[in-house]
Design a protein around this ligand. Structure first.
Ligand SMILES: Cc1cc2nc3c(=O)[nH]c(=O)nc-3n(C[C@H](O)[C@H](O)[C@H](O)COP(=O)(O)O)c2cc1C
Length: 415
């Protein structure tokens, strides 16, 4: 019976344990978590979502406070188009986060950064270019292009000296999305080094509509693999979404996958950025406590725990401090929904916005509990104390469980 450890992910000259911990935005996949994956010989991700907040937390910088000071005059203004990111500061924050993480790296694994196109930051192209460039400058091993089609992203960095040596990959949820990306990037004469194929059971934003349950990861992976073969393109495929045990992973590896990307099982480890009380909510969840909804202003459906404080909250948008989801015209679907409710309830002390959420504020505060479909199985991966609390695991424990387990077994802590 095969184990994940019987396979290796080959990226260029490097051989890795074929386990990639997926990027989890706004510091859920922390540097500490990514560093553990790299130390154990796999691939870890940090994320550049709300990079200024992350840098302030890690390095005691004042990026967010300084931005708010600059735009404080606009806080009551429903029009957020004046709020701009200082590109120099975005670069500085990215270089700090990436640079310090890379300095701390030990072991034979790699550290990638998850870069979401949907963080449009009031100037989509300019800010994305700075984010990608700064990560390469600071020595990141690779970049995973996420949450978007990224049709122009390779073009934004093609002149960077590391464009051909850094590992560059993209997350897709369909063959069509991959075909579009390859067609639009062909001009740069560079294929992605890997493609993460994310199915409908993943956490975070989904590349599917509310009919997500009609789709199946194995089918999409097989379809993409067959097309790549027919086109004689040799690009490693990395399935993601609902791969809960080592045996789930082996099933994909035996069918030709180069590695697997996993995340949900790492939401309850001590190196993960979620506060422990939130991790207990993840453990406690039953299948009925999880939903896929449309409250993310990005327009993508998102899976989350139904008791997330972010759902129905009518908090005032704080684009002057954050503003990561403002589009090129300075609009965000939450700002519009908030202003609509405000106008409908004049003088109300507190309003509730049901259809959208202020994703920046709530992700920053760990109040939007996004999670994978199998979060309800996390309780079976640990022990419960006499006080009713579930034991938090270590990243090493979960990583090794994926790496060595057979027969769908899950190793409990201390076993
Ligand atoms: C809490 C959480 C946050 C996530 N955030 C992001 C993100 O910021 N960007 C992204 O591309 N994927 C995100 N994902 C998706 C994961 O990187 C990964 O591809 C997916 O969840 C794998 O499926 P699994 O959770 O069933 O193992 C997130 C997943 C979770 C559970």
């Amino acid at each position: 019976m095969k184990r994940v450890d019987d396979f290796r992910l080959r990226l260029g000259k490097q051989e890795l344990v074929p386990i990639m911990i997926g990027g989890m935005g706004v510091d859920i996949s922390t540097a500490e978590l990514a560093l553990e994956a790299a130390r154990l010989g796999g691939v870890g991700h940090i994320s550049d979502a709300m990079i200024k907040t992350v840098a302030d937390r890690r390095f005691d910088t004042k990026f967010v406070k300084d931005k708010l000071k600059l735009y404080k005059y606009n806080v009551e203004n429903p029009d957020k188009s004046a709020v701009q990111f200082d590109l120099g500061k975005v670069a500085e924050a990215t270089k700090l986060h990436v640079g310090k993480t890379m300095e701390a790296k030990r072991g034979d694994g790699m550290i990638f950064i998850n870069t979401m196109e949907k963080l449009t930051m009031n100037a989509p192209k300019e800010t994305l270019k700075v984010r990608l460039t700064a990560a390469l400058d600071a020595g990141i091993d690779g970049i995973t292009l996420a949450a978007g089609l990224h049709l122009g992203s390779f073009g934004l960095i093609e002149d960077h000296p590391r464009f051909r040596d850094a590992k560059l990959g993209i997350i897709v949820s369909s063959l069509r999305a991959l075909q579009l990306f390859l067609r639009k990037s062909a001009r740069t004469n560079r294929l992605p080094d890997y493609v993460v194929v994310e199915g409908p059971l993943a956490g975070g934003h989904l590349g599917f509509g509310l009919d997500w349950s009609q789709y199946d990861l194995a089918t999409i992976v097989a379809e993409i693999a067959a097309w790549l073969k027919a086109e004689q393109l040799d690009i490693p495929l990395i399935p993601a979404g609902g791969i809960f045990t080592g045996s789930d992973a082996v099933a994909y590896l035996e069918h030709g996958a180069a590695a697997v990307q996993v995340a949900t099982r790492f939401t309850v480890v001590k190196e993960c950025g979620l506060p422990e009380d939130v991790q207990q909510e993840y453990f406690k969840a039953s299948e009925n406590d999880i939903e896929v909804n449309t409250i993310s202003p990005t327009g993508y459906p998102m899976r989350m725990l139904k008791n997330s404080p972010a759902i129905g909250s009518g908090i005032r948008p704080n684009c002057e401090a954050y503003g990561y989801l403002l589009d090129a015209g300075g609009n965000c679907a939450y700002v519009a929904a908030y202003n609509r409710e405000l106008a409908a309830h004049p003088g109300a002390r507190k309003i509730s916005v049901k259809d959208k959420t202020c994703l920046c504020t709530h992700m920053r505060n760990f109040d939007c509990w996004t999670c994978g479909h199998y979060t309800y199985r996390l309780k079976d991966t640990t022990r419960r104390g006499a006080d009713g609390r579930y034991e938090i695991l270590t990243a090493e424990h979960v990583f090794r469980d994926y790496q060595f387990s057979t027969e769908n077994r899950i190793l409990l802590p201390g076993a």
